[in-house]
Design a protein around this ligand. Structure first.
Ligand code: ATR
Length: 282
């Protein structure tokens, strides 16, 4: 390949520690192939100690990347070390997508965008509800709460085993968000149109607790951000009660799309073929 052409080939990364289980290279590899773009997307493991040096190399261009994704445990450091984080990343205090612009590292967080895009695709009309229930108050929960709030859902109940963590999120995300103890679960589910599980409940070898979904609105959507297995114990329970369910795989696929567009200049589609590629890899 001649040099002039080489300069147009872009390379992106996903970094984490560990990162070998990441499915992002499969996703971006599929899109690169679909568009016939002569770029690459690779998993690049970096320890927390190495991460600041990696950001410097990214900025100076010596890493050879035009941008990339950041996953556990680097999302907070990526936000702190980026030159130009956007408002979404700033409110979350975490970034998952980086790109270079005029010598600066720009940063955003696309997890919440992925969450709502998945619901838009698989549960049309989900946002007509006035109230939602989010179980869990960790990092994933924050992105979900921000995105659901930004879509205009008026009341978001955050229910968490450790109520103090839920209160912290209610303080952070403003008056639409209400912290609730586990004991209030049934009460706040009454009439709600969206239930989101962001915890690992029932995934750690322990039996999943029974959650009574029946007080929810008849057309309510129940979704889980965990996607292995695709149908989590909570989704099975909700499905058995006749509720619409949405698995978490689409969130992973959709959160990847804005980064691809930043780096490679094309807006990719989240289609069934891509979904099947990831399912086959599970
Ligand atoms: P992540 O960043 O992936 O969201 P996290 O920060 O470890 O992960 O948060 C995990 C969430 O699952 C928390 O809300 C946690 O509740 P606590 O804040 O009380 O720890 C919740 N969680 C995990 N295991 C749980 C269990 N067995 N019962 C209830 N909640 C659980």
């Amino acid at each position: 390949m001649d040099d002039s052409r080489e300069t147009f080939v872009k390379h992106a990364f996903v970094t984490g520690c560990p990162v070998r289980h990441s499915r992002s290279p499969l996703i971006h590899g599929y899109w690169l192939k679909t568009f016939g773009i002569p770029g690459s997307y690779v998993a690049h493991e970096v320890t927390p100690e190495e991460f600041p040096g990696f950001m410097t190399a990214l900025k100076e261009g010596t890493a050879g990347f035009c941008g990339g994704n950041v996953t556990i445990p680097h999302k907070e450091a990526a936000y702190r070390l980026a030159d130009r984080p956007d408002e979404r990343a700033a409110e979350l205090g975490a970034a998952n997508t980086l790109w270079l612009q005029e010598g600066s590292i720009c940063a955003t967080n696309t997890d919440g965008l992925g969450f709502v895009a998945n619901l838009d695709q698989r549960a049309v009309g989900w946002d007509r509800t006035a109230s939602a229930v989010v179980l869990g108050a960790g990092g994933a929960s924050r992105a979900v709460i921000q995105a659901v709030r930004d879509r205009g859902i008026k009341t978001i109940h955050v229910v968490n085993r450790t109520e103090a963590r839920a209160r912290e999120l209610a303080d952070r995300f403003g008056p639409a968000v209400h912290a609730q103890p586990m004991a209030a679960l049934s009460e706040v589910m009454t009439g709600a149109g969206l239930f989101v599980n962001t915890t690992s409940l029932g995934m750690d070898g322990e039996p999943a607790p029974e959650i009574d979904f029946s007080p929810m609105a008849a057309d309510a959507v129940v979704t889980d951000i965990v996607y292995v297995p695709l149908k989590t114990p909570l989704l099975r329970q909700a499905e058995a009660r006749g509720f619409r369910i949405v698995d978490g795989l689409g969130m992973l696929l959709h959160q990847a799309a804005p980064g691809f567009e930043k780096w490679f200049g094309r807006r990719p589609a989240v289609d069934e073929k891509l979904r099947q590629i990831i399912i086959d890899d599970m």
